[in-house]
Design a protein around this ligand. Sequence first.
Ligand code: S3P
Length: 430
Amino acid sequence: MQNHTRVMLRGAMELPGDKSISHRAVMLGSIAGGRTEIQGFLPGEDCLSTIRCFRAMGTKITQEGTRVTVQGMGLHGLKAPSAPLDCGNSGTTMRLLSGILAAQSFSSVLTGDSSLRTRPMGRIMRPLREMGAEIQSLAGSDTAPLRISGGRLSGIHYLSPVASAQLKSAVLLAGLYADSPSSVTEPSLSRDHSERMLRHFGAKLHSSTDSEGRPVTTIEPAEALHAAQISVPGDLSSAAYFIAAALLLPGSELRINKVGVNPTRSGILEVAEAMGGSIEVLSHTDHDAEPTADLLIRASRLHGTEIGGALIPRLIDELPVIAAMACQAEGRTVIRDAAELKLKESNRIRVMTEELQKLGAAVTETTDGMIIEGGHPLHGASIASHKDHRIAMSFAVLSLIADGPVHISDPDCVNISMPDFYERLRSVCR
Ligand code: S3P
């Protein structure tokens, strides 16, 4: 094991608001009637892209730091944008917004940055076309820019090939406008923030399982949604970097307050525990239908584990930092069933494997994951973040452990989900 006695993490902190919930609050607020007030909004670049897109369709949104007010336009009040809607780096903005645009009586174009324009959009184009929308890739394949000509939609029962909350949410949002109920069956349950928030705004949804035990989510068409007050919990995906650092750095004891622990997102806590990590879940509360807790993390001796199956969608965004953690645990960690990781802001299987190897870690890429032999000492190196926020933050954690400097390219990409990440990390380092 590495001698990493230089720093430890101590103190108490809160983290910025949950990214997935912040996006949804602005989207549902925009198509609801009345004034939605959001507290704890994440002012990261992805969520600001969502605000920008809705402003371009006439929604009045005021944003001062973490407080956002949305003057809802009603289900049918959005206006045709005068230019392409720029979703920046945000897959959630593009895929969820497509569901809403599929039902509007105008056409629109959705575009994004060079990373987003390589990500697969066929997965949302197929069900939305089946519902009656016209969607075309202007790039000529299944990637953005997309032109969407919306209109009257029919309900569908869609058997999704992947456990993707973005795909499920696109269909549920379009389903609000359809002429009959719509459902999505998933191979295993993806994050359910849309379902929780849609109910909070007055939509009717039900959850069941099919004869093969797969989760089915059904939405009924809505006459209207009603404005709501939303208090966004801290983002567990952002907490994951601090959890990993506190577990790995001897002497650490860190409290993270008011963080979201929705069970469809909390796989990281189970994996950390399975690796021997000490995380106490304190003062559990339910806030606006989203469970929240304070976490107390203590440095622990970690060992390897196996991660796959239905656990994967519950920690998909945490896999880079889990891989980082695993290379300092004792023994082997196997990550499988995670081919979706290749389709994120970067190919996170390839990038994590190559960049961890540069630090001296023993990692092998597989077709749907990684095999990590833990316990190898880490040295300094220059790391390519590929402008992927979760890669940059994972290596910032390892920079506290490596015995030489770790240089990370495009470090500002953390602004996507946690603009003051480095300051926050420094503030709890002792
Ligand atoms: C998200 C869903 C997940 C996740 C992404 C946010 C969401 O993507 O990786 O960061 O807010 O719905 P997929 O739906 O592609 O799995």
